[in-house]
Design a protein around this ligand. Sequence first.
Ligand SMILES: Cc1cc2nc3c(=O)[nH]c(=O)nc-3n(C[C@H](O)[C@H](O)[C@H](O)COP(=O)(O)OP(=O)(O)OC[C@H]3O[C@@H](n4cnc5c(N)ncnc54)[C@H](O)[C@@H]3O)c2cc1C
Ligand code: HEM
Length: 399
Amino acid sequence: MLSTAAKPYIDASVPVLREHGLAITSIFYKNMLEDHPELNNLFNMGNQANGSQQQSLASAVFAYAANIDNSAALAPVIERIVHKHVSIGIKPAHYPIVGKYLLGAIKQVLGDAASVELISAWGEAYGLLADALIEAEARLYQVSGFGADTWMKMMVVNREQQGEDIVSFTLKASDNQIVPDFKPGQYVSVATYLDVIKLRQLRQYSLSDAPGKNSFRISVKREIGDEFKPEGMVSNWLHQHVNVGTILDISHPYGNFTPDINAAHPIALISAGVGITPMISILNSIAEQNPERVVLFAHAARSRSHLSHDCDVKQAQTVMKNLRSALFFNEMFEDSEGIYAGRMNLTELVDGKLDNAEFYICGPQAFMDDQWSALVELGVSLSNIHREVFGPESLNHLI
Ligand SMILES: Cc1cc2nc3c(=O)[nH]c(=O)nc-3n(C[C@H](O)[C@H](O)[C@H](O)COP(=O)(O)OP(=O)(O)OC[C@H]3O[C@@H](n4cnc5c(N)ncnc54)[C@H](O)[C@@H]3O)c2cc1C
Ligand code: HEM
């Protein structure tokens, strides 16, 4: 618990951090990675370059300060960070390094306003947050039985094009060991060494099939570049270099976007683009274990040729009589059975059949924000809406 001496300094810093947070975390990353270049192998250089990582850590620090007395609001945020950290292999020894550079950056940006008392209060607050994360991460490492440095060598046994931009890879343990179990909706980290930047890079990919097959399947969208942004490093590397027989380093599965597959209440799986991947794992699992369940599968794609995992949905339809599939295609002008032209509109789909349903959303940030607002307007309770962000969570809703 935060000391009574430190609390007023933390309370007073919320507006200050809000104003300077991004500058603080940008300086923090720059200084830390200059002095500890080995950490470049842990951090995501794509998210560094597009700024989302700095924004995320800044938000986590604000969120902590803003909610220091509200552990209920912090709990899901901490759970997400813990799963992400463990999938990357963060160790207790990393925390003092991050703490040192974070406090150093606060001092540097606030200048004279960074009194000894304020820095000491933040040192205490950081220590408490770090202890909570370290403890929860140790528990998760223990449950998975994987240490921070354990990576599975897995061999690609199938490669399949899934629409225009997405390729799925099926992976088996290269030494024929048993592949760990996972919960539908979880992801793995994939470690690749990129010659161009001479760094190991880690990316997360949701598992895109049901568990219990002694294999993992991931489905990767190639992030194409344009005049404003370079092409994605790892997704393009995977598309260009990974074929049947390639061996990849894969983490244990983690993640907390995991509905109860066997529950009786209805469930709505709402996705766009490559956000379909966790939904397919969830859908295939329900088809196997709970096929009577009422399920809405709503998915938005640019066009028919961009649609991925169509076979999985068609296969699920053969065994799930209460499955309703609604596909939205942006580049289409006329509706037909189960297929809608234009952007996703949930208004007519969320009807009495979905009373008490849980809603799971995954896709680009703007898509998730739209569907979230639509569901709230339709009267769905916030506690029944869950989402997976395919990048660092911004946490702005907590600030
Ligand atoms: C929990 C989770 C699950 C995920 N599941 C999946 C999945 O199932 N399938 C999937 O395909 N992806 C998934 N992702 C996303 C995936 O982890 C990668 O982020 C994605 O593949 C892009 O990685 P990359 O290395 O190709 O791109 P990066 O090189 O990391 O670039 C990321 C983005 O930043 C842009 N960028 C890079 N540099 C700059 C710059 N200087 N200025 C502006 N923009 C820049 C790039 O153009 C690109 O759009 C998931 C992510 C998470 C967190
Ligand atoms: C109290 C301390 C810390 C806080 C509050 C914190 C917070 C966060 C947050 C909010 C994310 C994004 C999670 C998401 O939504 O995906 C994240 C990811 C990450 N953290 Fe931490 N973290 C802390 C300590 C550390 C330490 C000690 C390290 C190791 C050096 C570390 C390395 C990383 C990495 C590599 C990522 C993934 C980045 C990405 O994929 O873009 N963090 N952390």
